[in-house]
Structures are given as C-alpha cells and as structure tokens.
Design a protein around this ligand. Sequence first.
Ligand SMILES: [Zn+2]
Length: 135
Amino acid sequence: MAYIIETCSSCGNQVNMSVAQTFWKGRVDTHASYFCGKCGNLTEIDWMNDEPEQKIKRAILAQDGVWSLEIRNQDKNRVLIIRTLKAELNLGMDKIKNILQNFDNLKLNGTHAEMEKMAYVFSKCGVMTYIERIQ
Ligand SMILES: [Zn+2]
C-alpha cells in the first residue's frame, strides 16, 4: 500500500490517500481512497483495467519498486510479440519502431502488477518472459 497527500474534495483539508494496484484475472486494477477526519468525507476512486493518473502510478512505483519484463525466445515469435505489444499497450508506430530497433534486448518497465499482466498475456500465446525488480 502506497500513500500520497491529497486535498479533501469537500473541505480542502489535507488527507492521506492510500493507493493499491492489483493484477487479477488478466486485469490491472488500481484503487485509491481517503477518509477526511475533518469533514467525514470518504472518497474511493477505481481504475478498472485502466491506467491511473501519473501521480498515482509514481506513488506505486516508489512503494513497490520498478519492475522489468524480459521477453525470451523472441526470434521465432517476432510477429506474435510485436502484435501482442501493440494490442496490449496501445502503441503507435514510433514506439513499435523503437521496439524493433531494440528487439534483441527487449524489456518493458512498469509496476509489478503491469508486468504480471504482460507476463500473463505473453504466456497465453506461448512466449516465455522473466520478471525482475530493477529499482
Ligand atoms: Zn474533508
């Protein structure tokens, strides 16, 4: 669980918002909530299978570390890997070109849950991956 300082949406008091991200059944869900001791406001925000705000993601990375996913046995699965990355990460052509240039040393970075999701997606199509904490 990570925490960030937020402003209560109803009274403006400073509150501690707790943030958590999970990988579950093929989805990355992010949950944030805070309770304001001054006015009693309870706020919960969910990002279901959706990218949270940058500050939320930064808090998760700071708490749980930055993780990388290395893609193994690439050569015979080249087309499959590119197709999967494109579909899952919504990549444009510039990013795809970048990936193709670094294809022999292909790594993704992100939160632990995001990398677990990508490992899951790749395992479904028979591509081996390896996850490790890099920061
Ligand atoms: Zn409040």
